[in-house]
Design a protein around this ligand. Structure first.
Ligand code: ADP
Ligand code: MG
Length: 583
């Protein structure tokens, strides 16, 4: 139960509703107990008439009265059972809601490296399947638990008071039932976990083959994929059949044990009645009703045990993530406005998971309003520099200063909101183009959106779509070309109008003419903004005040256009060639 302690704060939050739920549950059970004893009394009334202690009229009146009581009690018990579900199950939904928010909020705080360590499927499972298991504990488990407890506390003593020997015989099969149900529940859980795992394998597989359908068709891989799906489906069938087999045992077993209890009641009760050890035949009817009332709660005990174990395992998995501390945290409460000076002092960075040293002792300074281009081959560490500026990672050694202060001493939100980043792999949401651009600034007017789209030279393309800015992107809509995506992503950054621009190779899929046009527009908008342009193409650097050339995570050249004209080696050649290409 250690892991489930995490939920106590929620129990505290909803203590009043839970308490009401518990009281209502007890009331509902107490009303349901009225019925068996009045059935017994009704039979005694008939016995009284047969034994001539009551006349016809008296017996009829008594029967009528008892039946009214039974109906009244049943109605009240029904009403309270309804209220019981309404309160306790609702509380479990509230807790589920709170817990999902808690987990999701925590996910958002965690570093990028956390997302590299854990599979997306895992993150999704914890927030859906695992939380669902936990909800079963806070809702149904508590409800049935109290229900069962009340039932035992009321019914069992009542049975022993009315007919002790008969009670003992009747109750013998019930603990056996409980243990059996527990065992079956465990097997059911094991097998249903397998089915779950299989379903997630299947959905990953199908999702991947649907996303990659173009490649599959182009390579004629349909028969191979078909065979693989066939094998998976076979496996799925086998696991589901395994589950169905144990599931099928559940009810027959319950019915068998109820049957045994009923036989005990009738046989032992009958004997006792014949021997005059119990006063009325009604007791036997009453006991049969008790047995039927008790079976479900008894079965529930076994089921509950397995629910609690499952909830515990799920909560353990959730806690693992909740205990994960983000290493990149906001350590400054008050907002810290950023004007845009960036200094790297002997910065080195090693990716934790791959142990690749992406940056090796890098130092440079960018003054506010300057434009600096980072050139270098792929893998030279350009993107890593931009990630460090946005504090998506913290440097392994060395210091990164923004406005002369170590980045850790800036308010994280102030820092990030003063940055307009266009990442290398432009990510667009499955939403309208307008909303994808608006992401940069929620309050922007449509005119402003159109304006930045023009500056990013994508307005023309958007106007070409039937629904223009309302065109839906992604799965349910249009797939943009790589270059169009990059330009929408640039428009998004421009709309934010930040102090610092980070452009990560964002013109790589754009033709040279359009590139030229965008660069000219960017020159205007980034006039007094600090701008870092990353590219593997020298042409992107044409407006830069300074160029930094990287190789294998180290700066190999640095200077203005004029200075770089005098350098030797590969980059000079590259630089000259590409410049002359343009002319
Ligand atoms: P560039 O942007 O110049 O192509 P990057 O900064 O993306 O280079 O990468 C530098 C090095 O770091 C590469 O060797 C790359 O494989 C590695 N790397 C980049 N991103 C990650 C990551 N998220 N996890 C592990 N290694 C990475
Ligand atoms: Mg890169």
């Amino acid at each position: 139960m250690k892991e489930l302690k995490h939920l106590n704060k929620y129990f505290k939050k909803y203590w009043f509703k839970l308490l009401m739920g518990i009281i209502i549950t007890i009331i509902a059970r107490v009303f349901s107990l009225i019925m068996p004893s009045y059935v017994s009394k009704s039979i005694q009334a008939i016995e009284g008439f047969m034994g001539n202690t009551l006349n016809k009229l008296e017996a009829r009146e008594l029967l009528f009265e008892y039946i009214l009581i039974i109906i009244g009690a049943a109605l009240l018990s029904g009403l309270f059972t309804f209220l019981m579900r309404q309160t306790i199950i609702n509380v479990s939904r509230y807790i589920e809601y709170d817990l999902k928010n808690e987990v999701f909020d925590h996910y958002q705080l965690l570093n990028l490296s956390f997302y590299k360590k854990n599979r997306i499927g895992d993150l999704m499972n914890r927030i859906s399947e695992d939380i669902n298991q936990v909800r079963m504990y806070v809702g149904p488990a508590i409800m049935y638990g109290i229900n069962t407890l009340t039932m035992f506390v009321c019914v069992i003593p009542l049975m022993f008071i009315k007919a002790p020997i008969l009670a003992a015989y009747t109750l013998i099969p019930l603990p056996i039932l409980s243990v059996l149900i527990y065992q079956i529940s465990k097997i059911i859980h094991k097998r249903s976990t397998k089915v779950q795992e299989f379903l997630s394998t299947l959905s990953t597989f199908t999702q991947e083959s649907f996303s990659g359908v173009a490649v599959i068709k182009a390579y004629g891989l349909e028969p191979k994929i078909h065979a693989e799906v066939g094998a998976l489906a076979q496996e799925g069938k086998d696991t589901s059949m395994d589950l169905a087999k144990v599931n099928a045992w559940f009810f027959p077993l319950m019915i068998l044990l109820i049957g045994i209890s009923n036989i005990f009641v009738i046989y032992v009760g009958g004997q006792q009645y014949i021997n005059g050890e119990i006063e009325s035949f009604g007791i036997i009817a009453e006991f049969i009703l008790y047995v039927n009332m008790l079976t479900w709660p008894v079965a529930i005990v076994g089921w509950l045990t397995s629910i609690i174990q499952r909830a515990e395992a799920s909560q353990k998995r959730i806690n693992e993530f909740l205990l994960e501390e983000p290493t990149i945290k906001n350590e400054v409460e008050e907002a810290t406005p950023v004007s845009g000076a960036i200094t790297f002092k002997n910065v080195s960075f090693t990716y934790e998971d791959t142990q690749i040293t992406a940056l090796n002792n890098i130092s440079f300074t960018i003054n506010p309003g300057e434009t600096v281009a980072f050139l270098g081959k792929t893998g030279s560490g350009k993107s890593t520099i931009l990630d460090l500026v946005a504090r998506l990672y913290d440097a392994t050694s060395g210091e990164i200063l923004v406005d002369g202060k170590p980045v850790q001493q800036l308010n994280l939100n102030s820092l990030r909101s003063s940055i307009g980043a266009v990442p290398q792999d432009a990510f667009l949401f499955s939403d309208t183009i307008e909303n994808n651009i608006r992401f940069g600034n929620e309050e922007a007017t449509f005119e402003e959106i159109r304006d930045v789209a023009k500056k990013a030279v994508v307005h023309g393309n958007i106007e070409g779509f039937a629904k223009k800015y309302d065109t839906i992107l992604g799965e349910r809509g249009i797939t943009l070309s790589g270059g169009q995506k990059q330009r929408v992503s640039i428009a998004r950054a421009l709309l934010k109008d930040p102090r610092i621009y980070l452009f990560d190779d964002c013109l790589s899929a754009v033709d040279t003419e359009t590139e030229e046009e965008i660069l000219n527009n960017l020159k205007q908008v980034s006039e007094n903004k600090t701008t870092l342009i990353v590219s593997h193409r020298v042409s992107s650097a044409k407006n830069a005040d300074k160029i930094i050339v990287l190789e294998n995570g180290a700066i190999i050249q640095e200077g203005t256009h004029a200075e770089l004209n005098n350098i030797d080696g590969y980059y000079k050649e590259l630089y000259m060639n590409q410049l002359s290409e343009k002319e």
